[in-house]
Design a protein around this ligand. Structure first.
Ligand code: E4P
Length: 217
């Protein structure tokens, strides 16, 4: 499973890039707002840092507007993936932009039918939002499994990009189901390294080591 980082925070992306943990980046209007930066400037910096796909989201509501914004965002760098919402207009924009040879990420997906339409429209990525479904007491992971089954049934090439990931557990569950990509905030990716038994074990080893009075260096 590829790891995308869901942030526009350059320092956080750089730290994970240095560890080889970043295959791409996703941003959205809320994350751009949080960064306090100009969308084109910050996105360019991210694209220079990460060779993989970097999603930049359109904000128009009509297809023509999304297409125009998508073409403008695509000028930032060759690895830009144009993010459009899963609306009827978004599907139209997806089809046009895909036919122009651009990568398109169809976002805000909350049902298997929406994902089916996005695949038919040629999307490069479909972004089902796990956490926001969980918030409503609907198991977001079931949606990932449904989409996996449908895409496999018909050999759709659209990649499942598990989004709205809130916990380290979401990452392993998405990987078990076979999501192609998961996008998560840096804090979640870091949390994947934590285990209470690792901390406890390390504590004990250090206590015992101190008893030996030895030094390695
Ligand atoms: C994905 O592309 C979205 O930017 C993101 O995963 C949304 O996550 P949230 O529901 O935590 O805002």
């Amino acid at each position: 499973m590829k790891f995308f980082v869901d942030t526009a925070d350059i320092a956080a992306i750089r730290e994970l890039v240095d560890l080889g943990m970043v295959d791409g980046v996703t941003t959205n209007p809320s994350l751009i707002m949080k960064s306090g930066r100009d969308i084109k400037e910050v996105t360019k910096e991210i694209c220079d840092l990460v060779p993989g796909p970097v999603s930049a989201e359109t904000v128009a509501l009509d297809a023509e507007g999304m297409i125009a914004e998508g073409r403008e965002l695509a000028k930032i760098a060759p690895n830009i993936t144009i993010k459009v919402p899963l609306t009827w207009a978004g599907l139209k924009a997806c089809k046009v932009l895909t036919e122009e040879g651009r990568m398109v990420n169809v976002t805000l997906c909350f049902s298997a039918n929406q994902a089916l339409l996005a695949a038919k429209a040629g999307a490069t990525f479909i972004s089902p939002f796990i956490g926001r479904l969980d918030d409503l007491n609907i198991d977001g992971m079931d949606l990932i499994a449904d989409i996996r089954q449908i895409y496999d049934n018909y050999e759709f090439k659209t990649q499942i990009l598990a989004a709205s990931i809130r916990t380290a557990n979401h990452m392993s569950e998405a990987a078990k189901i076979g999501a192609d990509v998961a996008t998560a905030p840096p804090s979640v990716i870091k949390a994947m390294a934590s285990h209470a038994l690792t901390d406890k074990g390390l504590d004990q080893f250090l206590k015992d080591w101190a008893e030996t009075g030895q030094k390695i260096l």
